[in-house]
Design a protein around this ligand. Structure first.
Ligand code: NDP
Ligand SMILES: N[C@@H](CC=O)C(=O)O
Length: 351
């Protein structure tokens, strides 16, 4: 059965998923029995289109590229334009909302309201937007569960690298007492470029933006706010330990100079923006801060937009996972694996 999708936001990540659905259409159908049909796209500036029978992905991407507006999509009978995000969520025939709008690091809005509206309309949500998961995990999980719908957010931490699904699925039974990781691709890219190529901070940040790694407002990356959201998500979801954003001390990389990086090199060390969370009794102590790590530390060898995370488990010891932390296709994939999971669960229920 076709899985009908509506996109809220259609920037780097949204277009990344759309391209995957176009390019892997046959492979996904043959291999997984997965058939994703985009029925709607609603974006703040790029416009909004809806067709209950489905939109042609290639045409939508081409029209957007050539004209800058989705609303120049060919006028076919049944095509609706101009619906805002909430109307798209509530009134389209989508099964699942793909929430890939802007992450607001203060309020998590309007994405929190997008999730509520979707769940209350009986629609699943898959998202890479970190705000709702970091700020309203408990409330939104309860609403989703009450309405019997699925909420997937694998891409909120380490893009498509299974930093959330892997521990939940395969480390179950362990108590995860500590997490330590590099959780922001943009800052790791900047620090690597500064160290390896002697590129200035500004130039390296510009490159990270051009490559689609950075947040719409890169202050979130360089000041550590993005990594702070991610450690809160990990604490609540993976460590099952309540933690709020306000409880995490946070310092970014904006003070680190090329000289600091050179000095660290002479000491056999490397600057990394580390995210840490440690259980202490029934509390979690968490921080985001740049640290000089020894070159022998496994996290020291993680370069560019790659991320890594070490889970300290009571039964298994340290388990370390590394992989993409950002990027168009990599994050698009995180949404695809959530969509595939919905379909697999649907099939199990129907057995
Ligand atoms: N890029 C990456 O590697 C990763 C990104 N993420 C997260 O995924 C999300 C998307 O990222 P990315 O695609 O890179 O960001 P972009 O800025 O490229 O895209 C976001 C899109 O959302 C649109 N938008 C903003 N607010 C609304 C709204 N209220 N309703 C509808 N559309 C809206 C923007 O519109 P417009 O610009 O037209 O005004 C923009 O087109 C973000 O939350 C980000 O934190 C997570 C993991 C990795
Ligand atoms: N801006 C973020 C994108 C992924 O969450 C990063 O650089 O890691």
């Amino acid at each position: 059965m076709a899985h009908k999708l509506a996109f809220i936001g259609f920037g780097v990540v949204g277009q990344g998923l759309a391209e995957i659905l176009r390019d892997k259409k046959e492979e996904l159908k043959q291999g997984e029995g997965f058939q994703g049909v985009i029925v709607a796209i609603s974006d703040l500036m790029k416009g909004s289109i809806y067709h209950p029978s489905g939109l042609d992905i290639d045409t939508a991407l081409r029209v957007l590229k050539e004209t800058g507006s989705l609303e120049n999509y060919p006028k076919t009978p049944g095509l609706v334009t101009g619906w805002d995000s909430l109307k798209t969520i509530r009134e389209t025939n989508a099964d699942t909302i793909i929430e890939v709008s802007y992450t607001d690091v203060k309020t998590g809005q309007p994405a929190i309201n997008h999730c509520k509206a979707a769940f209350e309309s009986g629609k699943n949500v898959v998202m890479t937007n970190k705000g709702p998961v970091a700020l309203a995990y408990k409330l939104l999980s309860e609403i989703a569960s009450k309405h019997g719908v699925y909420w997937g957010f694998e891409g909120t931490v380490m893009s498509g690298t299974p930093a959330l699904r892997m521990p939940i699925a395969t480390l179950a039974g362990n108590d995860i007492t500590e997490i330590r990781g590099i959780l922001n691709g943009t800052t790791n890219y900047i620090l690597t470029k500064m160290e390896v190529e002697g590129v200035s901070y500004e130039e390296a940040l510009k490159e990270a933006q051009e490559l689609g790694f950075a947040e719409a407002d890169p202050t979130s990356d360089v000041e550590g706010y993005d990594a702070r959201y991610k450690i809160v998500i990990l604490s609540n979801y993976v460590m099952n330990a309540p933690l709020t954003v306000e409880e995490v001390s946070c310092k970014g990389i904006t003070d680190i100079t090329l000289k600091d990086i050179e000095d660290a090199k002479t000491e056999g060390k490397r600057w990394k923006l580390l995210a840490k969370a440690r259980k202490e009794g029934d509390k979690v102590i968490a921080s985001i801060a740049p640290e000089k790590v020894d070159v022998t530390d496994p996290l020291a060898s993680i370069s560019g937009a790659t991320n890594a995370i070490a889970y300290e488990c009571d039964l298994l010891g340290t388990v370390t996972l590394s992989g993409a932390g950002a990027g168009k296709v990599e994050t698009g994939f995180s949404l695809l694996i959530d969509l595939i999971t919905i379909d697999r669960e649907r099939k199990l229920v129907n057995i």
